[in-house]
Write a protein of this length. Structure first.
Length: 359
């Protein structure tokens, strides 16, 4: 398989916009896949339009965000992540830091609604029929959400569930396009997301992944200067990220491979897609988990709201297992990339260390 990654430095000056309607057209599908390959190997960030998530599903959730964040402080604090071993719930304004600085935002974390599976070491059933050891500490991450009372925010839980299900479906369809762009059979990764899709062997069927959603508010700051909404980072959660930017308030910036920050403003009807650390590690750096940040609104701006959806992977899956599904022709592309810096190569090498094989 030959995959072209030819690019010029001008290609890194803005983010591509892919029209997914082309996936349904025999004449446009090839063009879409070429654009996707370029975005995968040259940029690591892109917009998608005509994605199939109904506008009504999006607006039903986004319309409730102001009321969610305007809940009384005692109600929000009652939903604090401190109550949840699954890190689900509310984080107050500036309670989190990135690169040693406070992030000027508040947020609610939600996930696919799933029961607790973690078991303490002593006594009781420690496994399921596949023999999984549920005393492993990482199984603590899996569990139910904390929801505000229905009478305090009518319809919120249903709106978020509908949104989750719609973006989950989009994420699976988009993974199929990536498989096609990689030149591997469509459905190769289905067993990661759709347990039992290709196997009736109980021991081989994985636990369903738990996707995560953040509902984020960046309030206007008291300054005319833009503070740190969230500091520069790569996404450590999940396989792919699907970000919906609510309204017109800007702030998202992406570090291109020229070392320049480029704006990723809201574009009506689109999601922004980027790739998590696991994706970069599994492709040995060919597909980048691109560094990005958000600048906080100024004192003269409106609040900025955004909704990132982090596509989850089974917690007991390893990076090396994922890598075994990806062709060497794809994994070798990092070595051909004239814009890859030594620093980035060192970061990728760290991911290949078997000590960090567990997701």
């Amino acid at each position: 398989m030959t995959v072209s990654t030819a690019a010029t430095r001008e290609d890194f000056a803005s983010l591509p916009i892919l029209d997914l309607a082309g996936a349904d057209s025999p004449t446009e599908r090839g063009v879409l896949l070429r654009q996707l390959r370029s975005a995968l190997f040259n940029v690591g960030f892109l917009y998608i339009a005509n994605h199939g998530v109904p506008t009504s599903v999006i607006s039903s959730l986004t319309a409730k965000l102001p009321a969610l964040f305007d809940l009384p402080n005692d109600v929000k604090n009652g939903l604090s992540k401190l109550n949840s071993p699954h890190f689900l719930g509310y984080s107050g304004f500036a309670e989190e830091t990135t690169l040693g600085k406070q992030d000027l935002r508040e947020q609610f974390d939600y996930a696919t609604e799933l029961p607790v599976v973690f078991r303490e070491q002593k006594g009781g059933d420690r496994s399921d029929r596949s023999g999984r050891d549920f005393t492993k500490p990482y199984w603590r991450l899996r569990g139910p959400n904390q929801w505000p009372a229905e009478d305090m925010l009518p319809g919120f839980r249903q709106a978020l569930t509908d949104y989750h299900d719609a973006v989950q479906s989009l994420s699976y369809r988009f993974v199929h396009l990536i498989e096609e762009a990689f030149g591997i059979p469509v459905g190769t990764f289905d067993d990661f997301f759709l347990p039992g899709a290709h196997s009736a062997d109980v021991a081989a069927v994985r636990m369903p992944p738990q996707h995560r959603i953040k509902l984020i508010k960046y309030p206007p700051s008291s300054s005319e200067h833009r503070g740190q909404g969230v500091g520069a980072h790569k996404d450590s959660s999940g396989w792919l990220t699907f970000l919906y930017q609510v309204g017109d308030e800007q702030g998202l910036e992406v570090l291109n491979r020229n070392g320049e920050w480029i704006a990723a403003p809201p574009i009506a009807g689109t999601f922004v897609v980027n790739f998590g650390n696991a994706f970069e590690a599994a492709t040995e750096g060919a597909v980048k988990a691109t560094v990005h940040r958000v600048l906080a609104p100024t004192s003269t701006s409106n609040p900025r709201y955004s909704i990132p959806f982090f596509q989850g992977l089974p917690l007991d899956l390893t990076v090396s297992e994922i890598r075994s599904y990806i062709p060497r022709a794809v994994r070798s592309l990092r070595k051909q990339d004239e814009y890859t810096t030594n620093t980035n190569a060192d970061n990728v090498s760290a991911f290949l260390d078997p000590r960090w094989d567990s997701l």
